[in-house]
Design a protein around this ligand. Structure first.
Ligand code: ATP
Ligand code: MG
Length: 397
């Protein structure tokens, strides 16, 4: 016989057994159980808020809530009512999921203060790599140290777009001679620099090809755990097309990463929005904003041509409740820059160069980094160093 009285707390306790498999936590702690009502005859009504009305897990969560609540002594019937969350509730849920994930995240060589931006899209060929390299180059031109991780393992394009070639080499970690670290290839730009890692730097030599085969399915992990990124301010991750394993891997290893969604002006907003929302939900990453690429082309006579449609960036931004950060025109300078290795962002005479400057400024404003030259940062650093070197002293008795 079960002596536990049937009340709201007992039902909530039972519902702690219902785990949202994508967010990896139970629906009560995630704040998804809005309300529990118990009728005089033991009829239980549970209101569950889902992140999207079309949540693919709706049926599964509903069935589990019915099973868990239905198993409690005194329950005669269970009804589950689902609703979708408002923006604030969704933001709170994601913040909770992110925090939980950060508790489980493995150690990486990416410094904690670096802002990690994953450049993604719901579709291939929209300009993720072009936006990644131009954003990275633009940030470096403003004096930042920027890591560039080409996460498009099979279809890498970053080396060509940044005009960098060579082989990655591993050297001994000065802090741990047992360990080897991969040195990124460096390209100085203005007062800053790019530190670049790509599968493209592993192809070529026999050894490298073998290494490449071994690394393929764990490449992202290697790039996040074994690259000597050093003190980068930003890490720009050029994501492969699609929303699969790489995105999940990145979210698991760097839960603080933020997503920049690239779209074209003509894309059906709902479709891309649904994919972007699903991707963010699955990986609980924050979306920083939307970049519209291949926007209206202005010819030298001043006429504009909307070759790829109109308004897709704004529509998507509205749908996923994120700001539109910049619209990059369709301009030969972007493609040429990609082929020559001189990103258009470095050419302020081009319309695209100016548009990329707007994007860089928006990122600096919305994703500021703590400058180590600031007084408080230096004090923190000094304290950290002191903690590492001083021997603890027993308190005076
Ligand atoms: N604003 C632009 N103006 C002109 N050409 C562009 C622009 N943006 C991208 N391109 C060109 O379009 C092509 C696709 O761009 P890019 O490789 O950046 O897309 P992607 O989303 O990374 O593609 P994938 O999904 O294959 O990784 C490239 O040849 C690039 O030079
Ligand atoms: Mg690409």
């Amino acid at each position: 016989m079960d002596a536990t009285p049937l009340n709201e707390a007992a039902v909530r306790d039972a519902l702690r057994g219902v785990v949202d498999p994508e967010l990896g936590d139970n629906i009560v702690d995630l704040g998804m159980v809005d309300d529990v009502k118990i009728g005089p005859g033991g009829e239980v009504v549970v209101r569950v808020a889902l992140t999207t009305p079309s949540c693919p897990l709706r049926g599964q969560i509903k069935a589990e809530v019915m099973a868990r609540a239905g198993a409690l002594a005194g329950v005669s019937a269970v009804d589950v009512v689902t609703s979708s969350m408002g923006p604030e509730q969704k933001a709170a849920l994601m913040a909770k999921a992110r925090w939980k994930a950060s508790q489980r995240a493995p150690k990486t060589t990416v410094p904690a203060r670096a802002r990690v931006l994953a450049v993604s899209s719901g579709k291939g060929g929209v300009g993720k790599s072009s936006v990644s390299v131009n954003l990275a180059a633009g940030l470096a031109a403003r004096g930042y140290t920027v890591g560039v991780l080409d996460a498009d393992i099979a279809g890498f394009s970053v080396p060509r777009m940044l005009g960098v070639s060579g082989q990655l080499e591993a050297t001994r970690d000065p802090d741990d001679p047992e360990r080897k670290l991969i040195q990124p290839l460096v390209r100085p730009i203005g007062a800053g620099e790019l530190r670049i890692v790509s599968m493209g730097f592993l192809a070529g030599e026999d050894d490298a090809v073998m290494w490449r085969g071994l690394m393929l399915n764990r490449a992202l992990q290697h790039f996040l755990e074994e690259v000597a990124w050093g003190d980068v301010d930003y890490l720009i991750v050029d994501m492969p097309p699609g929303t699969g394993d790489i995105q999940m891997g990145l979210a698991r290893m760097l839960p603080s990463a933020e997503v920049l969604v690239v779209t074209t002006p003509g894309q059906t907003a709902q479709k891309v929005a649904a994919r972007a929302a699903t991707m963010a939900r699955k990986s609980y990453l924050r979306i920083v904003g939307v970049v519209e690429n291949m926007s209206a082309f202005r010819c030298s006579h001043g006429e504009t041509y909307e070759l790829f449609g109109h308004g897709g960036g704004l529509r998507l931004a509205g749908e996923i409740n994120a700001p539109l950060l910049a619209s990059i025109p369709l301009e030969p300078a972007v493609a040429r820059g990609g082929d020559s290795g001189e990103p258009a962002a470095l050419d302020q005479d081009s319309e695209a160069g100016k548009a990329f400057s707007n994007l860089v400024a928006a990122i600096i404003e919305r994703c500021p980094v703590v400058q180590m030259t600031s007084c408080s940062a230096r004090v923190l650093e000094a304290l950290g160093a002191l903690e590492r070197t001083t021997v603890p002293v027993a308190p005076a008795s």
